[in-house]
Unconditional design. Structure first.
Length: 407
């Protein structure tokens, strides 16, 4: 059976499902395909930090501004897809106080709320913090449960006419006369698709998908490990206040803490080493902030692959690559109806989706405005319903399986 959607979206992570929702709410006919269940790529294999933007404030003002704007939007629309924990940037005795001051000043300039706390004051909030904490800064970080977030976006997209196929891998694209004429989709679709437009929202796999259309996209993926340990009652997310490095984030869950992460270049986002040293380093470094996690039982360990976009340089230290996002219109590469959305972060998925949806609607002559910043996600205030969405789309990932995947 031949399918002819107006827009075919490749990739069922946060960005892809966000695009499907945005376009469906604007009345556009959408088909989304994913190969291994929703959010099976980077989205549900992250540490799940809802960024305030403070992590990037002094080094990437635009990225920080995007994060704080989307942080506020998600608090208003996402309900039980997120958890408002607050966050702390902590300065240890060995850390550079000038870096702390620079970060706080940048946050103030951007409009990211901060509160300064002494070592004594911050340990009143988190008694297990090391005595080496000399100063801390409270910021509006939080926790995002990506399995719920992606599934809720998909459910709303389908509720407004989209079709979502969680087990339908893209197998081939046929480009003729400067357009993607056909896409062969396997799995539950098992058919050729003739879309008017194709959006590549496949994250770290964006280069591979683009190559099917004869286009090169300069992805520079990197892997990172997350280690979830048994630890109750942490409260705020913890960030080491130093230049980003291995093992500098602790994300609180209800009965666990997620420790992370590393950054190691990978050539193939489907085939990479998972090294013990990454686990050991993350635990050791996170324990410099929160000593009890060094001996806490490990519940689960997983790796994710960051969808970094670096067309001009393949840096060996990929922490220096911008976490901003880029929308690529491949008309400039000779394929008129093909777009890629690359880079970005889970926190900014909605803005990424709005950006590419605006471009598609401009091409289609659709003048409907984006509604996703003000319209609550379905089931947002009903965790059980959100978890039913996850089951329906086979969308459970390791990031939040202790919360959304429990019996």
């Amino acid at each position: 059976m031949m399918h002819s959607p107006t827009v075919l979206i490749i990739g069922g992570g946060a960005t892809g499902t966000g695009i499907a929702r945005d376009l469906a709410l604007r009345g556009v006919d959408v088909m989304l395909v994913e190969r291994n269940g929703l959010s099976s790529g980077a989205s549900s294999r992250s540490h799940g930090l809802l960024h305030s933007g403070a992590r990037y404030a002094e080094a990437n003002r635009v990225g920080a501004e995007e994060c704080i704007a989307e942080n506020r939007i998600l608090r208003s629309i996402a309900g039980a897809c997120i958890r408002d924990t607050g966050g702390l940037f902590v300065q240890l005795a060995e850390d550079d106080p000038e870096y702390f001051d620079e970060k706080r000043a940048a946050c103030d300039e951007i409009g990211i709320e901060t509160t300064l706390l002494s070592g004594t004051e911050v340990r009143a909030h988190v008694p297990d913090l090391t005595a080496e904490v000399e100063l801390a800064m409270w910021v509006p970080d939080g926790v995002v449960y990506p399995s719920r977030l992606c599934a809720a976006n998909a459910a709303d997209a389908e509720g407004h006419g989209a079709t979502v196929h969680p087990h339908a891998p893209l197998e081939e694209m046929v480009v003729e006369d400067g357009r993607v004429e056909r896409a062969l989709v396997g799995g539950e679709v098992g058919a050729e698709v003739e879309p008017d437009h194709v959006i590549n929202a496949s994250g770290a796999w964006a280069g591979r998908v683009a190559s099917m259309a004869g286009i090169e996209v300069g992805m520079a993926p990197s892997r990172g490990v997350m280690v979830s340990v048994a630890y109750e009652g942490l409260g705020p997310a913890l960030n080491r206040c130093r230049n980003p490095d291995d093992g500098d984030i602790v994300v609180p869950h209800e009965e666990e803490a997620v420790l992370g992460t590393t950054s190691v270049p990978v050539a193939d986002p489907d085939d990479y080493e998972q090294a013990d040293w990454e686990i050991e380093t993350s635990v050791r470094e996170c324990a410099t902030m929160l000593p009890p996690v060094a001996d806490a039982p490990t519940i689960r360990t997983w790796w994710g692959v960051r969808p970094l976009y670096a067309p001009d340089e393949q840096a060996s230290d990929r922490r220096g690559i911008s976490r901003g996002f880029t929308t690529l219109d491949h008309a400039a590469d000779g394929v008129d109806n093909f777009l890629s959305i690359v880079g970005g972060k889970l926190t900014t998925y909605r803005q990424m989706a709005e950006s590419v949806s605006d471009l598609i609607c401009d091409k289609l002559g659709v003048d409907a405005v984006c509604e996703t910043a003000t319209r609550p996600l379905p089931g947002a205030e009903d965790p059980d319903r959100l978890d039913e969405f996850i089951a329906a789309y086979d969308g459970q990932g390791p990031t939040d399986e202790d919360v959304s995947g429990r019996d």
